[in-house]
Design a protein around this ligand. Structure first.
Ligand SMILES: Nc1nc2c(ncn2[C@@H]2O[C@H](COP(=O)(O)OP(=O)(O)O)[C@@H](O)[C@H]2O)c(=O)[nH]1
Ligand SMILES: [Mg+2]
Length: 327
């Protein structure tokens, strides 16, 4: 083992050792190569890792299309997917049970949840997918569990305010950081193709009914990330009813209603698009090929006159109604 391997390298190596899928192993190896100190002593190791990496990539291309069932792969549904992360008994399952109709096992013993369980949360006229997860501990997460986080839109870190908040936060952040799931200041968490690996995250703080005095303040102070913190009690329900609106705003999406020319808009089933989307993005969402034939659009909503004509690059607002005219 060459000398001078940094903590970053050792973290990436741990990620590699624990990775159970080829894709995850490739990501970890790339990270190991990226953070490896550059000097003579690491030349052999580097060559060795490069060989391993190209072999894995070969396997990855051969495997694509194979029938492999991954219980940690949760097919997306609704306007966005939020996945819970937390230590045993912090209240993850209770949140999903309180907000969705999913069949959830709430139990006062650790590891009551062994696979992801998705449920749908309603916010006004949109559906948001919320995924209950098995817990993680300081030295254990289920093999493959990282895959669920890798594919979601937003991670909800769940912290029990009646227990040691610092310890829970450390465990969750260590899990996320060691797998490059959170952006840190120095490393843009991108893979070699420039795809973003990192996820946005926020904190749901549970058991506010039996919280230790000052627990939330301690948590906020000790957290180095600019997360939002939402306080809830699954017991009394306080704070739970505000969660769906929070989910919606943190997902960074807007709702757009399509209006066929000469007819009223369909106000029951909005399209959901990322904040910042334009008229052209909306046209593309409706029909990729048709979008090129977009002639003009009329908009009803914020900051426009009713029925105002709008350019292709006009940025849309939540709840805009749009009438698209094609050639
Ligand atoms: N007092 C109180 N108890 C809670 C709250 N949320 C969960 N619990 C209890 O904590 C235990 C673990 O909850 P569960 O949702 O299964 O946690 P999980 O392991 O993170 O899924 C159960 O006994 C719950 O009833 C809360 O907000 N307040
Ligand atoms: Mg659970």
């Amino acid at each position: 083992m060459p000398a001078n391997l940094t903590p970053e390298y050792l973290k990436a190596e741990k990620w590699f050792r624990e990775a159970t899928t080829t894709d995850e192993k490739v990501l970890a190896l790339e990270r190991m190569l990226a953070v490896m100190p550059k000097h003579k002593g690491t030349d052999h190791l580097k060559a060795d890792l490069r060989r391993k990496l190209s072999k894995l990539k070969e396997v990855a291309t051969q495997k694509k299309g194979g029938k492999h069932v991954d219980i940690f792969h949760v097919p997306r549904s609704g306007a966005g997917q939020i996945v819970l992360l937390g230590t045993p008994n912090c209240g993850k399952s209770s949140i999903v049970a309180g907000l969705t109709n999913a069949k959830i096992n709430v139990a006062d013993f650790p590891f009551a949840t062994s696979a992801p369980v998705p449920g749908m949360v309603t916010f006004e006229d949109v559906q948001i997918q919320l995924v209950d997860m098995p817990p993680i501990t300081a030295d254990y997460s289920a093999p493959g569990q990282v895959g669920t986080y890798r594919n979601c839109d937003l991670i909800a870190i769940v912290i029990d305010l009646s227990a040691d908040v610092q310890e829970q936060l450390d465990i969750c952040l260590d899990f996320l950081e060691s797998k490059n799931l959170l952006v840190d200041a120095e490393t843009p968490a991108l893979d070699e193709h420039g795809n973003v690996l990192a996820k946005r995250a926020f904190c749901i703080c549970t058991k506010s009914d039996i919280a230790k005095p000052g627990a939330l303040e301690t948590l906020k102070k000790s957290c180095k990330y600019p997360f939002e913190f939402v306080e809830v009690s699954n017991q009394t329900g306080v704070g739970l009813e505000e969660l769906p609106a929070k989910f919606f705003s943190l997902l960074g999406i807007i709702r757009i209603y399509a209006k066929p020319p000469g007819k009223p808009a369909d106000m029951t089933d909005p399209f959901t698009l990322p904040v910042g989307s334009t008229v052209m993005d909306m046209a593309t969402a409706i029909h990729r090929q048709l979008a090129e034939k977009l002639r003009f659009a009329r908009i009803w909503g914020i900051g426009v006159y009713d029925g105002q004509n709008a350019q292709r690059n006009h940025v849309l607002n939540d709840k805009d109604i749009i009438e698209l005219h094609f050639n």
